[in-house]
Design a protein around this ligand. Structure first.
Ligand SMILES: *Cc1c(COP(=O)(O)O)cnc(C)c1O
Length: 362
């Protein structure tokens, strides 16, 4: 098993050990004078929590995330958001000018940005618009990946901005079809808001599968920049060697760990439930707004809406002080805006700006 998975890694990087940081040396002692750190705290940091370089992968946080996501700590790499994980995967697997990356536009832009920075060819397999929404075409994805000799396939599920999910059976089908050729990456930035379960349950059966998770969306910690990639331990070790020496700032690690305590997780779950209720309310109300062409089903914390006159809708929202995401430059979305689900009051303001008459509040 391991042999064929590591065959997907760039040959020039196999066995690359990366930077050997002061914190990675396995030595013991009481007086630590090996990293040119200050012996005193900064006045702004009275507890001295930031005096020393942090652990490259803070063990307590790694364990808490692994337990949250149902995997082993060795299967998980913490990085600066899942954005860093995307970049590490492209760098680890794609030889510049040769190994392609498959993406499914309209989709989150970072896959293409990372491919571009690596000079990896980009193969686009458009989402297909149908009665169920804008959905990934798994057969076309498999075919394109095979035809282009792709090393990486990014499946965004739930998809940003389309809102659609990819059935686990389809993820499995792609992984099986591309075994030995490409890594299938399921970006689950929004899976907490979805009806379906995470693809992490498939990792045991499919070594060429990776899952991206983040604390940026459902966990409300976008500024802490904590995200991770979950995959086979051999691949995680390769990615770790490519990563910056100390990728997880201590204050962020502390905050993330606190966010994974039971009470915080319970609160997060309540918020997720509230977002799902509000998503439903917004979808129902928006679909009745004159000038709304289509409200897509959504598994995320946003809704994608097509307008007869998207410019007017955009302007009406701006005039009401509401900033949404203009999707008009994205392929297939020339008439669409993406609206994140806000608080009930904020969502009501969105509806009011679009001319929905409100029920009289007490
Ligand atoms: C927001 C988003 C991310 C970025 O997550 P970070 O962990 O904040 O880097 C990744 N993928 C998708 C699809 C997103 O929408």
């Amino acid at each position: 098993m391991s042999a064929s998975l590591l065959d997907l890694v760039r040959p020039d990087l196999r066995g690359f050990a990366g930077y050997s940081s002061a914190r990675s040396a396995k030595v013991q002692g009481e007086v630590w004078l090996n990293a040119n750190e200050s012996p005193w705290a900064n006045p702004a940091d009275p507890s001295a929590s930031c005096r020393r370089y942090p652990a490259p992968q803070p063990p307590a946080l790694r364990e808490a995330l692994a337990s949250l996501y149902g995997c082993a700590p060795e299967q998980l790499l913490i990085g600066r958001g899942s954005d860093e994980a995307i970049d590490l995967l492209v760098r680890a697997l794609c030889r510049p000018g040769r190994d392609a990356v498959v993406v499914t536009p309209p989709v989150f832009g970072m896959y293409a940005v990372s491919a571009r920075l690596q000079d990896a060819p980009l193969r686009e397999v458009p989402l297909r618009d149908g009665p169920e929404g804008l959905q990934a075409d798994i057969d076309a994805i498999i075919e394109a990946a095979k035809a282009s000799g792709a090393r990486l396939v990014f499946l965004c599920s739930p998809s940003n901005p389309a809102g659609s999910g990819i059935a686990l059976a389809d993820v499995e089908r792609a992984a099986r079809a591309l075994q030995g050729q490409a890594l299938v990456v399921v970006d689950e930035a929004y899976v907490e808001f979805a009806d379906q379960a995470s693809a992490t349950s498939l990792l045991g059966q499919h070594e060429n599968l990776a899952v991206l998770r983040t604390l940026s969306k459902a966990h409300a910690l976008a500024a802490a920049r904590i995200g991770c990639v979950i995959a086979a331990p051999e691949l995680i070790a390769v990615l770790r060697a490519l990563q910056a020496p100390y990728p997880v700032p201590q204050p962020c690690a502390d905050l993330a760990l606190a966010a994974l305590a039971p009470e915080a997780l319970a609160r997060t779950a309540e918020r997720v439930a509230e977002v799902r209720r509000e998503r439903e309310r917004l979808q129902v109300a928006l679909s009745k707004v004159p000038g709304v062409r289509r409200v897509y089903p959504s598994q995320g914390n946003f809704v994608l809406v097509r307008f007869e006159d998207a410019e007017s809708a955009w302007q009406a929202l701006l005039a009401a002080g509401v900033v949404v995401r203009d999707q008009r430059a994205a392929p297939q979305l020339g008439d669409a805006l993406r609206i994140s689900i806000g608080t009930p009051e904020e969502n009501t303001r969105v509806l009011a700006a679009l001319g929905v008459r409100q029920e009289v509040a007490a």
